[in-house]
Design a protein around this ligand. Sequence first.
Ligand SMILES: Nc1ncnc2c1ncn2[C@@H]1O[C@H](COP(=O)(O)OP(=O)(O)OP(=O)(O)O)[C@@H](O)[C@H]1O
Ligand SMILES: [Mg+2]
Length: 272
Amino acid sequence: MAGAACGSLRRPTCIPRPRASVSRPAIALSALHSQDPSHTGSTTPAVELIDVHKAFGDRRVLAGVSMRVERGERVALLGESGSGKSTLLNLIAGLEPVDAGTVRVGDTTVSMLDADQAALFRRTAIGFVFQAFHLLPHLDAARNVAVPLLLAGVSAHAALEQAIAMLARVGLGARARAWPRELSGGEQQRVALARALVHRPSLVLADEPTGNLDPSTAAAALALIGEMTEAGGAALVLVTHSAQAAAIAHRRLRLGPHGLGVDDGDAADARA
Ligand SMILES: Nc1ncnc2c1ncn2[C@@H]1O[C@H](COP(=O)(O)OP(=O)(O)OP(=O)(O)O)[C@@H](O)[C@H]1O
Ligand SMILES: [Mg+2]
């Protein structure tokens, strides 16, 4: 599900043009990497970006971004509108090609894949949660959740069974047959979360997943994203405008005009 709708989420309006990174901030590269021993070790990281560059025409969006997310780690990505957060997620998911640099997700070098290979890779390895839910209106909740399994070749019967079980885990066991239009915003977001996790991806990418929810529903949805990714052992890259939303993350990073840095919005919380 990751692929189809992501591009349509992009906000057409934009916003401060990222300046070319003439001078780099005094942030050691190591500060962008987890220092938490529970997330480090010898295993391949969940995500690794090495000196990634991306421009759209003459608009340089990412200039030499490097980051590493460990398996099971939750990282929040903050930054002004137009700073390149969605672009970064798209590069990680292989939805956009990099201009230069390396993107790895687990053992796969996503930046080397062509579009078809990247689509196949996303089906198994990545769950995407969107701000606007993007449920398919002509499918009930269970069938929406079943889609990634069907794409992965699971039989219809087994896919539906697993989808219903996943809906139960997000508290919607009784709403499996409901149409998206019959569900509240928070319920739709829970269906979208179930869909992102049902195929047990090792990486969940969430692009402002609570932007369309009221504050208390958003808080509940975020808590659920934290719990569910933790339960599945998935790494999470969560794009958000809200420092509060970032509280479910182990680390907070900020994309700015000079690249990616540790978010110091609340230094006490930043563990980078
Ligand atoms: N396909 C594209 N073609 C041209 N420009 C693009 C494209 N995608 C993104 N951009 C530009 O790249 C910049 C970064 O966009 P991006 O969507 O990554 O920002 P963002 O940090 O996610 O912003 P927001 O918080 O508003 O969602 C913007 O200036 C945007 O206009
Ligand atoms: Mg965005």
